[in-house]
Design a protein around this ligand. Structure first.
Ligand code: PEP
Ligand code: MN
Length: 453
């Protein structure tokens, strides 16, 4: 079915603000409601960050991924920060994602759908509302869209002006990414544009270079026969973030002239985090009414019945491309928790895109106080995910990763076998530990090897 031509059914009693009648978890507490209202008015007047045309194009591409014709690569920082809205950090992140997608395209022999966790990934759910250090208790850091990471009362105050700053930084990021891509940065003829300075010394560099050479050869061969191949000069890039702070998302929820219904135009592809996916909660209420393709994180505590109830509310029409389920079980739990969910969804005849997030179920703390993830556990969960889907007769259609183009040391292991002592060297994340460039490429190569097996 053609998604764009589907009739739109105004969801019962839904409006962009109807979530406010439900319990909204993980929301900032603003001291001055009048200031918040002024900011939200201003935000609602500013232009959106994406268009409904792009959103529907992504939905069609996701529908193809559901049919097994595309593989989704979704990745970026756990949390973007305003300070990291810089040219090198944005372009390095894009380079890693492009290199990974090149590995995947080559190995999977299938188009890869590229979705960044960026241009709006500024809000974080937290396990505790407050943080105590040396007897001082302050509100937790909830991402730059809410407050600042420094441990001072001033920084930790929820500041409505940050909603406007988040919109502006998202627009700056988006503008730069769009300009790079339109200017030919993502042209498959020039993968050398994506080399990061330290790739020369990476243990995996040789394998990657062999792959690039092979792709260059086949591209030249095809173009000798058939002339320039348009699709290879340009790639699409879409954006996503956890739509957590609902006042912000509501202000960017718009109606447009040519497409019926309401669109969240702060991003192409918003997702509901694991902590805010309650069936009767505010986030599910908000998401059910927007026309974007949407994703939900699914953790080990979700039962098959609960998942089916959630699908009924979020995708009552079983619409192509509408719903992506991102499972994040942890390497130790995936074997027990995932099969019943796959089975239930399959038997109910529900059309979803299954994606693995091998990061969030594998977070731990080291003896020297760092939040980290072991590369072996990340790889182990992903490895099992492919096997479990194969056994269930379902398809793992994508991965969701936290990564950066910077040479950080936040996750343990990988080709350079980073140790706990290495974490002190270049741990930069204010929230979750990210895969660095080498670890990301290694995972892309693993996906290719698994899919070929
Ligand atoms: C995240 O994606 O950063 C996150 C908090 O994930 P989850 O909701 O799966 O815990
Ligand atoms: Mn995270």
């Amino acid at each position: 079915m053609n998604v764009a031509s589907m009739p739109f059914h105004e969801a019962d009693g839904w409006l962009p603000d109807s979530w406010q009648r439900r319990t909204a978890l993980q929301q900032p507490h603003y001291e001055d409601p009048a200031e918040l209202a002024r900011v939200l008015d201003e935000l609602a007047r500013l232009p959106p960050l994406v268009t409904s045309w792009e959103v529907l194009a992504l939905k069609r591409a996701l529908a193809e991924a559901q049919e097994g014709k595309r593989f989704l690569l979704q990745g970026g920082d756990c949390a973007e920060s305003f300070a990291d809205c810089t040219s090198p950090i944005i372009s390095n992140r894009l380079k890693v994602l492009l290199q990974m997608s090149l590995v995947l395209v080559h190995g999977l022999k299938q188009p890869v759908l590229r979705v960044g966790r960026f241009a709006g990934q500024y809000a974080k759910p937290r396990s505790a509302d407050t943080e105590t250090r040396e007897g001082v208790t302050l509100p937790s850091f909830r991402g730059d869209i809410v407050n600042g990471p420094a441990f001072t009362a001033a920084a930790r105050r929820a500041d409505p002006q940050r909603l406007l700053q988040a919109h502006a930084h998202s627009a700056l990021t988006m503008n730069f990414v769009r300009a790079l891509i339109d200017g030919g940065f993502a042209d498959l003829h020039h993968p050398e544009y994506w080399d990061l300075a330290w790739v020369e010394h990476a243990p995996l560099a040789a394998e990657y270079r062999r792959m690039v050479a092979a792709i260059g050869d086949s591209l030249r061969f095809m173009e000798t026969l058939a002339g320039p191949v348009a699709g290879f000069s340009r790639v699409d890039f879409f954006t996503s973030h956890e739509a957590l702070v609902l006042h912000y998302e509501q202000a960017l929820t718009r109606q447009v002239p040519r497409h019926p219904g309401w669109f969240n135009l702060s991003t192409h592809f918003p997702w509901i985090g694991m902590r805010t996916a309650a069936l009767d909660g505010a986030h599910v209420e908000y998401f059910r009414g927007i026309r974007n393709p949407i994703a939900v994180k699914v953790g080990p505590s979700v039962t098959p019945d609960a998942l089916l109830a959630l699908i009924d509310v979020l995708d009552p029409e079983n619409e192509p491309g509408r719903l992506t389920l991102i499972h994040r079980m942890g390497h130790a739990q995936i074997a027990a928790k995932l099969p019943p969910l796959l089975d239930a969804v399959k038997r109910a005849g529900r059309r979803v895109l299954w994606v693995a997030d091998p990061m969030h179920g594998n977070t731990e703390s080291t003896s020297n106080g760092y939040k980290t993830r072991r590369f072996d556990n990340i790889r182990g969960e992903l490895d099992q995910a492919f096997d479990i889907h194969a056994a269930a007769g379902t398809r793992l259609g994508g991965v969701h990763l936290e990564l950066t183009g910077e040479n950080v040391t936040e996750c343990l292991g990988g080709a350079r076998d980073l140790s706990e002592a290495d974490l002190e060297r270049a741990y930069k994340s204010a929230v979750d530990p990210r895969l660095n460039y080498e670890q990301s490429l290694e995972l892309a190569m693993l996906i290719v090897r698994k899919s070929a097996a």
